[in-house]
Design a protein around this ligand. Structure first.
Ligand SMILES: *Cc1c(COP(=O)(O)O)cnc(C)c1O
Length: 423
């Protein structure tokens, strides 16, 4: 979309006044004086999340074991509220486990290698935990990851080439796992095209939505992937280590869960505690053990808030505020050696902007000292995520102003380039 931006403060304030989501900011705990640009790593706490957590605490306090009467299906109920974000069917989405454990669950269920078809296809830019999980699943089946994992290399270390991925879908590939939005460059992959290409070749395909859910719109009823997994602490702002999400296409409900546990047993016989396992024939059959209720509750709060707004409105603001940030970078910061390192087209970029600079790490430290919270990803990317729910245009303006000062005065030079524990 074409916006008419200018680089003055009045326009930033005007954009805030016209922003239909401006008031949502009041639902979040924003630290006075701080500009938070890291909501794509850990979303800020909302009042809704807090209320939902305290409510769950109170239910435990007052009901003890009786709480399960009401909350037995909580993972599936929260899943249904999450399903609306990706337009999936309610019984295909479950809140359970962590992203990584859900990769294991989906791969161990759907990876059914044969002598001819045994490879798993991946890219080389995805967040590495997905790869670690895939390599270990391959080893568990007696294959060597060096041979059985088919890696489609990025041509430039930044973006995934979709044509190369499709060209790599050979007859020996059994399963594919790809990110929907790349965690570093914010590239959005065409899920529909790639899923269709995989299915035409008889390949199972799944998606990692960690940087996509809550940031971009997706239509799972149209795309019909086999599985997807995601975390809920980034754009969904459900708290540090909050319980993750998993989508399993209903066509797989008859398959045996790869990692079985008693919470996946059929509802009507679960408490008969028999020695033989029969799974529930919806996604809740893929639960393993007792759900972590206190780590799930905040998600109920944020999903309520997000569903009251709708993903269309969230994506519209996200596209506009990231376009505004890119505009200001182009106008004010390129002269100091900064570059926008994410795709510029609306359909190709996710919810964050990549600011590239050879001294990116030191600049990110200088930003923190000025009370701006960015995050840094090797080798030179400062990720800046203006979050549709709580970031204002004026904050984006102020942040670029601070960056300009840091770059102009080279104040970043006094910081060591030696990396910390959590960069
Ligand atoms: C954040 C992220 C994860 C995190 O996995 P956890 O199991 O929640 O620690 C996994 N994959 C991607 C693509 C991510 O961005």
């Amino acid at each position: 979309m074409n916006y008419q931006f200018t680089s003055n403060l009045q326009q930033a304030q005007q954009l805030d006044q016209e922003d239909p989501l401006a008031k949502i900011r009041d639902h979040f705990y924003i630290q006075p004086g701080q500009i938070y640009m890291d909501g794509n790593s850990l979303g800020l706490a909302s009042k809704e999340a807090e209320t939902a957590l305290l409510k769950m605490m109170n239910i435990w306090k007052t009901q003890g074991i009786n709480m399960w009467d009401e909350y037995f299906h909580y993972g599936l109920e929260l899943g249904a509220q999450c399903a609306t974000l990706i337009n999936a069917r309610a019984n295909e989405v479950l809140i359970t486990g962590s992203t990584t454990s859900n990769v294991h669950q989906c791969i161990s269920t759907l990876y059914q290698p044969t002598a001819e078809r045994y490879k798993i296809l991946v890219d080389d830019l995805n967040f590495p935990t997905d790869r670690y999980a895939i390599d270990s699943e391959i080893r568990l089946r007696g294959y060597n990851p060096e041979e059985a994992v088919k890696v489609i290399p990025s041509p430039d270390g930044k973006y995934i080439d979709e044509d190369a991925v499709i060209a790599g879908m050979s007859d020996d590939v059994a399963l594919i796992l790809l990110p929907t939005v790349l965690y570093r460059s914010a590239q959005v992959l065409d899920m529909e095209r790639l899923t269709k290409a995989a299915h035409e070749r008889g390949i199972i395909i799944g998606w990692d939505l960690c940087h996509a859910i809550g940031a971009i719109t997706m239509d799972f009823q149209k795309i019909q992937p086999d599985f997807a997994i995601w975390c809920t602490y980034k754009y969904l702002a459900a708290g540090p280590g909050s319980i993750a999400g998993m989508y399993l296409n209903q066509k797989h409900f008859d398959k045996q869960p790869g990692l079985a546990g008693w919470w996946g047993n059929r509802d009507d016989t679960q408490f008969q505690l028999k020695q033989n396992f029969e799974h529930q024939k919806d996604v809740s059959g893929w639960q393993i053990g007792t759900p972590s209720m206190l780590s799930m509750a905040p998600l109920e709060g944020t999903l309520k808030l997000i569903n009251s707004i709708g993903m269309e409105a969230i994506r519209t603001k996200s596209l506009k505020i990231t376009a505004y940030l890119m505009y200001l970078i182009d106008e004010k910061l390129t002269q100091y050696g900064c570059k926008v390192g994410n795709p510029r087209e609306d359909s190709k970029r996710g919810g964050h902007v990549c600011l590239e600079h050879p001294q990116g790490y030191q600049i990110s430290l200088a930003l923190k000292d000025r009370n701006v919270i960015p995050d840094f990803r090797e080798p030179d990317v400062i990720r800046l995520a203006p979050i549709a729910l709580y970031t204002s245009y004026e904050e984006v303006y102020q942040m670029v102003d601070i960056l300009e000062d840091i770059l102009k005065t080279k104040s970043y030079e006094k910081y060591s380039a030696k990396r910390g524990l959590v960069v």
